[in-house]
Design a protein. Structure first.
Ligand SMILES: [Zn+2]
Length: 441
């Protein structure tokens, strides 16, 4: 621990002045006060040291490789040990609701073979890692309870320039954890080191007669989404389907396709919404393939936005989808963004009517071609569907928790059929307007 000598000297000289001024006070009382002030200064400095983002001078430009990551220890002290090819540039911070400890790396990529090394150990119950922007990546450690960084040590391992970082976490109480976060927010912003903003891209010019369709591949980067029993990743399935649908759509009619992501990167829910808004999209389709507790449930489901979920299953799916930002180590979405505020908006009601109409049309086209869940048209409060003026649907293509669905979702044949039906639905949904545009001189 490093303490600023000047600060402590300052406290002592203040005390001396006070001693002279208030000479009637008994010496014992002053000593007690002195001890108290020194102690509280020490405590607040310790807390600050822990809460502050730790920046180290590292090499920039060159890609940093995380070669190994493991967790050792127990619930009284848990150590996270990371090994790097070069000196890492990193930031450390805490997040709550749920309690997490985050290591954010500049230009870092992960190349370690054994994921098992990151199993739940000590205070860590779960670890996720991956890219959150093109230059930042994170390791997000979900904590069993509130904990603080009690020690950190960055060591040069050998002559090759490899480094080892040891981070030690020890338990603290929730109120102390919250106060660490408060201090940190004033330093770093609510999302920790990287304040993730939607790119400042200008809205594209809207061309007459061309319909803009936003295709949103669910999850990505650090947020892998669901994992099937055969280890299929939701984020890969959604991206592949997004690209297939986009390609086919552009060939089928007067459509401009805009993708929220075209590669394996993390995109926050807010960024997805802002992107859709900037595009002045005519339709947004968000693609998913989640897991359910009920493993027997299978088949595609089309979700639209509703304040109140159509059923329990829809509510569960929405709750799990809305966790995406938390998984990536971002702050939970603002409560003020709640659907209740915008649901009152007449625009949204009109938009929802269109979303429902599209959902109905899609179910009709998919029926008999691919497997559908019982009651395939459902609704719930999905964050990604909250564009007030863009009709939006979230398609669960199937559920990775079901073995049969997993096999289909990853098969080229099934993908081809699903893509064909989705594209045909979009084309017929806009056909009246396409014809009207064509009739105009
Ligand atoms: Zn999903």
């Amino acid at each position: 621990m490093n303490f600023e000598n000047t600060t402590i000297d300052g406290v002592e000289s203040q005390l001396m002045n006070r001693l002279k001024e208030v000479s009637f006070l008994r010496v014992s009382l002053v000593l007690l006060l002195s001890a108290f002030i020194c102690l509280s200064t020490l405590l607040s400095l310790t807390a600050q040291t822990n809460a502050q983002a730790v920046k180290t001078k590292g090499q920039t430009g060159q890609k940093l490789v995380v070669q190994s990551a493991r967790i050792v220890g127990d619930k009284s002290a848990t150590r996270i040990i990371l090994e790097f090819t070069t000196k890492p540039k990193y930031q450390l911070f805490y997040m709550e609701k749920p309690n997490r400890f985050v290591v954010e790396l500049d230009n870092g990529k992960f190349e370690f073979g054994d994921d098992a090394a990151l199993n739940a150990v000590g205070l860590v119950i779960n670890t996720r890692y991956g890219a959150i922007t093109s230059s930042k990546s994170r390791l997000v450690f979900s904590l069993e309870g509130p904990a603080q960084l009690s020690n950190q040590d960055l060591q040069l391992k050998n002559k090759t320039g490899a480094y080892r970082l040891i981070l030690e976490l020890t338990p603290i109480d929730q109120s102390k954890f919250s106060s660490l976060i408060e201090k940190q927010i004033s330093l770093l912003g609510a999302s920790g080191g990287t304040v993730i903003k939607g790119g400042r891209v200008r809205s594209p010019e809207k061309k007459k007669g061309i319909f803009t369709i936003v295709i949103d591949a669910g999850h990505g980067g650090i947020d892998g989404g669901a994992i099937g029993s055969r280890k299929s990743l939701e984020k890969r399935i959604t991206l592949k389907m997004a690209m297939l649908i986009g390609d086919a759509l552009q060939k089928s009619g007067p459509f401009k396709v805009a993708y929220t992501r075209k590669e394996d990167v993390f995109v926050s829910l807010k960024q997805r919404l802002n992107f859709t808004k900037r595009q002045h999209a005519d339709l947004m389709i968000s693609l998913h393939a989640d897991t359910l507790k009920q493993k027997y449930v299978r088949g595609a489901t089309i979700y639209t936005l509703a304040k109140k979920a159509s059923d329990k299953l829809a509510a569960e799916v929405a709750a799990s989808e809305n966790l995406s930002d938390i998984v990536a180590g971002l702050a939970a979405p603002d409560a003020k963004d709640d659907v209740t505020d915008i649901l009152a908006d007449l625009t949204l009601r009109e938009t929802t009517r269109y979303s429902r109409a599209f959902s109905k049309a899609l179910v009709k086209k998919l029926k008999g071609k691919i497997n559908l869940i019982k009651n395939p048209q459902r609704s719930a409060s999905f964050a990604v569907l909250k564009s007030p003026d863009v009709p939006s649907v979230l398609v669960e293509l199937g559920y990775l928790s079901n073995r049969k669905d997993e096999a289909l979702l990853t098969s080229d044949k099934w993908q081809k059929i699903a893509v064909k039906q989705i594209v045909a639905t979009i084309l017929s949904f806009f056909q009246t307007r396409i014809n009207a545009n064509a009739a105009q001189p």
